[in-house]
Design a protein around this ligand. Structure first.
Ligand SMILES: Nc1nc2c(ncn2[C@@H]2O[C@H](COP(=O)(O)OP(=O)(O)OP(=O)(O)O)[C@@H](O)[C@H]2O)c(=O)[nH]1
Ligand SMILES: [Mg+2]
Length: 402
């Protein structure tokens, strides 16, 4: 899929920076993008995006210093400067893209407030679907972050065609602070979504036997709401004497796709056993199960997913049609809906990986928690308004007639 990424705020900007770095490393042109922020210094920290594609907004209001976790200001700045944002997107070129993906941390101010506004305008202006990749904060980041995320998310699900969520709290290790884990978390995000969004793009290592077209990703995400992604990777594939693993020809592109699946490609000793069809198939089914039952980007009850997409990436010699078909049936038996799409994606790697996109999920504990928190906060505001209203009446002042 050809994706136009927009990184909004600091987390969003860093993610898009990494998506584009990955694309460059692979020698691919599937991804392009711009980054937007209200903080000048954060934009300066971006490494892989040319200056003209880094947009500083809100200068008259916050003078390049960021909106300081105030997502109402974040939304206002985005709305006021939407024409500038759209011009920057058009300048980068949109005619050949399949989808927009807006990335943001939903707990702060700029990306949290700005991304729903941007999604609404993108949908109004372009025909391509608009997805959001939203990072939700860990509870330890504080109540304000959670409230911002709850508010942003409830708007975003109405404005974007689908919101794929990554939960920081599910991914940081015990004893590790969220901040110190950013780099690692971002790698996890970019690895999963990089493989997913890249599906259907023809690589020089061939077209899959069962190609996943971008329309299948789009149809999987069509139900809207919130989605989550699972991922699992195999052990290193033993190389066969006659080159059972993908060739390691030395040319300009050699190894460009290596590393895409996430493990350091290591040299494997030549091995005479060639995995039989049965073995390959069993391996694929095992990986897909691990992807779906293991840690998801947003921990959720997978049995409530309406649709799913199963993607198996690896060297062509390891991709097995029967394995993919059986995995799809297994996923179909385990989710609420019956629409399970899938296929393979040949890459030059010494590993096989499975990505499972669980789309339009019905229940996720952390989302429920965020929504309850937002509801409580709203009730508190109403109660405190009522209290001050009563107090004013007691003083003999009716604010309506003041
Ligand atoms: N996974 C991950 N989360 C991040 C990263 N940077 C920030 N966050 C989270 O994203 C949320 C929003 O933070 P930022 O992106 O810094 O906020 P912003 O959009 O720049 O907004 P302001 O700084 O308030 O103007 C918080 O919950 C952070 O924990 C990152 O690099 N990776
Ligand atoms: Mg910021």
């Amino acid at each position: 899929m050809r994706v136009f990424f927009i990184g909004f705020g600091q987390a969003g900007g860093k993610l898009v920076d990494m998506f584009l770095a990955q694309d460059r490393k692979l020698g691919s042109t599937s991804f392009r993008g711009i980054v937007i922020n209200t903080a000048r210094t954060d934009l300066m920290g971006i490494k892989n995006i040319p200056m003209e594609d880094r947009l500083l907004i809100g200068q008259t209001m916050v003078k390049g210093h960021g909106v300081g976790t105030d997502n109402v200001t974040g939304a206002k700045v985005a709305a006021d400067e939407i024409d500038t944002i759209i011009s920057a997107i058009d300048r980068r070129g949109t005619h050949d893209i399949d989808a927009f993906v807006v990335c943001a941390g939903l707990g702060g101010g700029t990306g949290s407030g700005g991304s729903p506004v941007l999604c609404r305008h993108l949908k109004r202006i372009y025909r391509e679907p608009v997805y959001a990749v939203g990072v939700i904060p860990a509870p330890e980041e504080g109540r304000l972050y959670s409230l911002n995320a709850a508010r942003s998310l409830s708007t975003l699900v109405n404005e974007a065609d689908n919101v794929i969520v990554f939960d920081n709290s599910a991914w940081k290790n015990d004893g590790e602070s969220v901040k110190s884990a950013y780099e690692r978390l971002n790698e996890e995000i970019v690895r999963r979504f990089g493989v997913l969004f890249r599906a259907g793009e023809v690589s020089k290592y061939g077209v899959g036997e069962m190609v996943v077209d971008s329309s299948e990703i789009i149809n999987t995400l069509r139900g809207g709401g919130i989605s989550s992604v699972g991922y699992a990777i195999s052990e290193a594939i033993p190389m066969t004497k006659n080159g059972g693993k993908s060739s390691s020809k030395k040319d300009n592109n050699s190894g460009l796709l290596s590393g895409i699946l996430g493990k350091k490609e290591k040299k494997v000793e030549p091995h005479v056993d060639i995995a039989s069809g049965e073995d390959k198939s069993a391996k694929i089914i095992g990986l897909v199960r691990r992807a779906m039952l293991g840690r998801l980007t947003l921990p959720c009850d997978y049995s409530t997913a309406e649709r799913a997409l199963v993607l198996v990436a690896g060297p062509p010699s390891e991709l097995d049609r029967k394995g993919v078909e059986k995995s799809k049936s297994w996923v179909e038996e385990n989710i609420a809906g019956v629409e399970v799409r899938g296929g393979d994606y040949p890459v030059d790697s010494g590993y096989v990986a499975a990505v499972v996109l669980l789309a339009t999920i019905g229940d996720a504990p952390r989302i429920r928690e965020l929504m309850e928190l937002a509801k409580e906060a709203k009730e508190e505001v109403v109660r405190s308004r009522e209290r001050s209203h009563t107090a004013m009446f007691e003083d003999g002042v009716d604010p309506l007639f003041e």
